[in-house]
Design a protein around this ligand. Structure first.
Ligand SMILES: Cc1cc2nc3c(=O)[nH]c(=O)nc-3n(C[C@H](O)[C@H](O)[C@H](O)COP(=O)(O)OP(=O)(O)OC[C@H]3O[C@@H](n4cnc5c(N)ncnc54)[C@H](O)[C@@H]3O)c2cc1C
Length: 329
């Protein structure tokens, strides 16, 4: 009942409002917007990027082929801009024909991966909600031997994740996150504290197994615990600097911790989404808001934490007060 009301409210939100909410998190419209943002991060801060084309899950061959075309163009552009050493690509299987069949999805993914391999651009398959966990891991494992830089994502909220780690091929590259999708309590933890503790524990496990580990979180506790582990290991002569990186979402204000991570000698990479069409982008963002209503709270919290917004609110306050004084005195 509550979720239907929530869904109805989010669906009623006007597009421009959703775009305003999303603006810190989305690089903009068009591939150049994505690449320009990534280049700025690299040139100004030495931060790596993974580019993601925003879009709804698609259900027609025409739209799947359009998406494949977009990714092929994106690879070409990254190559032309000579940015293959600091930009990677992230994609979702629901945008590449998984609705139709595993074989069709692999056929589409193969087109992108072959071209990405030629250009030397690693690709990561994002993890979607639990109905897709098995098929995503199957496809990942099937394609890893012919595309050795392929990566995927595991979510610490799922009970199954430790077993999934144990079953990973040793040359895997894994982004570890708590997971954005709300999952039923029969298969997943519901307490964030546990998810974050598992994020630390599983990051260590992945590293100890020799797997390239991408720690995807903004949570200070988890980041600091993983950094402590890395420092301890370094003291004992085991340097993981080439086996680990920390990843965050574009727009989430974490400049301080990003500087600390970089200062300690580890890579920081931001997930940079861009849209080819605002209609797709807005639909996708609404879906994310429904899946994760915290996003609305996050946006407000982050906006309020921004000094520019604080200054603006202060200014509005001063102007409002002066009007009140003029009116009442
Ligand atoms: C690089 C990257 C890739 C990801 N890929 C996937 C994926 O493939 N599949 C998947 O299920 N999930 C993915 N996620 C999302 C992830 O699972 C979490 O939902 C998200 O990162 C929030 O969890 P957290 O660990 O940052 O901790 P939280 O405790 O949720 O957040 C800590 C703080 O970070 C800020 N914050 C977190 N998320 C947001 C947000 N969306 N907007 C604004 N502020 C925010 C808030 O200030 C919050 O208080 C990815 C996350 C990152 C960083």
């Amino acid at each position: 009942m509550f979720s239907t009301i929530k869904e109805a409210i989010v669906n009623m939100l006007p597009g421009p409002f959703v775009r305003l909410f999303a603006s810190p998190y989305v690089a903009g419209l068009g591939m150049n917007a994505g690449i320009n943002t990534a280049e700025k991060l690299w040139k100004e801060k030495g931060i790596y990027a993974t580019l993601d084309l925003l879009g709804e899950a698609v259900h027609t061959r025409e739209l799947v082929e359009r998406n494949v075309g977009y990714y092929l163009n994106l690879i070409e552009l990254i190559e032309k801009r000579k940015a293959t050493d600091h930009i990677t690509i992230s994609l979702k299987l629901t945008s590449l024909g998984i609705h139709e069949s595993k074989a069709y999805c692999i056929e589409n993914l193969e087109k992108i991966l072959s071209r990405a391999d030629q250009a030397n651009i690693p690709v990561t398959i994002d993890m979607e909600d639990s109905p897709y966990t098995d098929i995503t891991l199957d496809i990942y494992k099937e394609l890893l031997s012919s595309h050795p830089t392929l990566g995927t994502v595991l979510q610490t909220r799922l009970f199954r994740t430790e077993k999934d780690i144990q079953e990973l091929p040793p040359n895997s590259r894994i982004r570890l996150v708590i997971g954005i999708y709300k999952e039923p309590p029969e298969i997943a933890y519901t307490e964030k504290k546990i998810m974050h503790e598992r994020l630390v524990e599983f990051s260590k496990l992945l590293l100890e197994k020799g797997i390239y580990t991408e720690v995807g979180t903004h949570n200070d506790y988890s980041i600091r615990k993983v950094l402590d582990f890395l420092q301890e290991q370094k003291k004992q002569g085991k340097d993981y600097a080439n086996k680990v990186e920390f990843q965050m979402l574009l727009g989430v204000p974490r400049e301080r911790i990003q500087r600390i991570i970089k200062h300690k000698g580890y890579k920081v990479r931001l997930y940079v989404p861009f849209a080819m069409d605002w209609g797709d982008g807005v639909a996708y963002l609404k879906r994310r808001m429904i899946e994760n209503p915290n996003m609305i709270g996050y946006v407000l919290k982050n906006l309020l934490a921004s000094r520019k917004i604080q200054a603006l609110i202060g200014l509005i306050g001063i102007v409002a007060l002066s009007y009140l004084r003029i009116y009442y005195l």
